[in-house]
Design a protein around this ligand. Structure first.
Ligand code: AMP
Length: 318
């Protein structure tokens, strides 16, 4: 079954001269690593093709490579591949109607089929893992640079094998990539984990100020003044939310950071064992079973989501 999907994907890549690769809005390292690794992999194997990786660029992920700027409404006979994103509402910068054919490579749960071919495995740690699997199950070749990007995406999304989506396959693929392509791990970890002291102080602020209910739900609203005081941005809490994992008193925890530019609250939710994506979906968000998010317009909606999560913790104790 999987082998036939890999074959179909490679066949379509061979068929199209123009290929665009997009991922989700508000990207994380796996979203960017998977799309850039895929672009570079296609160019490496098929140098005559025109391949773009699109979406808003994020300065802190520049080390993963640069993105391309295109107006996809002018494209003809192009193939679109979306990585690390389940639905078109969350795709950054691609108009589905501009493309002849669409492929999805993703690890998020999703009930609908949104692309012509879908390589979806919700047990995979990351989209980068799925691309590494595609590489190792076909004749596609990669180089050390592409391998290091795939490794980065896997390490980032599995939080160095700490998260529940980690399997022996995840670890085996990382070992294989490292053994076969011998990239420099220290450079990779510096790029991925080096932070300014302001961000570490902000992390201390989060831990010092999180509220914890008697049901084991931790929550914190991060206002604009705090974001400015620590000289971070509205997406910084998202980078830090995993760091509250393994705190004994927390079973589910969530941050709401106010994003002044877009006038909305970005919510990051994490859990140790209680399903949360169903609650996130009720608030127009979504994600994985134990790692979800939402974007909300008002503080009342934030309170309602926090209450629902607390309630979920309470129910799970009974
Ligand atoms: P984050 O907390 O931003 O790292 O997101 C955790 C997971 O939830 C990721 O898999 C995201 O794709 C997903 N997610 C975040 N925000 C939303 C949203 N507004 N709608 C649907 N899924 C989301």
């Amino acid at each position: 079954m999987l082998n036939s999907i890999y074959k179909q994907i490679i066949k379509k890549i061979k068929e199209y001269d123009v290929i665009v690769i997009a991922r989700h809005i508000g990207p994380d390292p796996d979203a960017v690593a998977s799309q850039i690794a895929l672009r570079d992999m296609i160019k490496y194997n098929f140098p005559n093709k025109t391949v773009y990786a699109i979406g808003n660029s994020v300065a802190k992920f520049k080390y993963l490579g640069t993105l391309d700027k295109i107006d996809d409404t002018t494209l003809e006979h192009a193939l679109l591949i979306i990585t690390d994103v389940p639905k078109f509402e969350r795709v950054d910068g691609a108009n589905k109607t501009s493309y002849d054919y669409t492929i999805k490579i993703d690890h998020h749960p999703c009930d609908e089929k949104v692309c012509d071919i879908e390589l979806v495995d919700t047990t995979a740690s990351s989209a980068s893992q799925l691309i590494a699997e595609l590489v190792y199950n076909t004749r596609i070749k990669i180089n050390s640079d592409i391998a290091s990007k795939l490794f980065t995406g896997i390490i980032a999304d599995s939080d160095r094998f700490l998260l529940s989506y980690t399997t022996s396959k995840t670890i085996e693929l990382c070992a294989k990539l490292l053994n076969d392509y011998k990239f420099d791990l220290m450079t990779l970890y510096n790029n991925l984990y080096e932070r300014g002291i302001n961000e570490r102080k902000f992390e201390a602020y989060l831990i010092n100020n999180i509220n914890i209910t008697e049901n084991g739900f931790g929550y914190l609203k991060i206002d604009n003044e705090t974001i400015k005081e620590y000289n971070v941005d509205a997406s910084t809490a998202a980078n830090l939310v995993n760091n509250l994992n393994f705190i004994k008193e927390l079973r589910v925890w969530a941050f709401a950071s106010y994003d002044e530019k877009n006038a909305l609250y970005k919510i990051n939710i994490r859990s140790r064992g209680i399903t949360i994506n169903d609650v996130a979906e009720e608030f127009n968000g979504g994600g994985h079973k134990f790692a979800s998010g939402a974007r909300l317009k008002t503080e009342e909606e934030v309170d309602a989501l926090f209450n629902a999560l607390d309630q979920k913790c309470l129910e799970s104790m009974n």
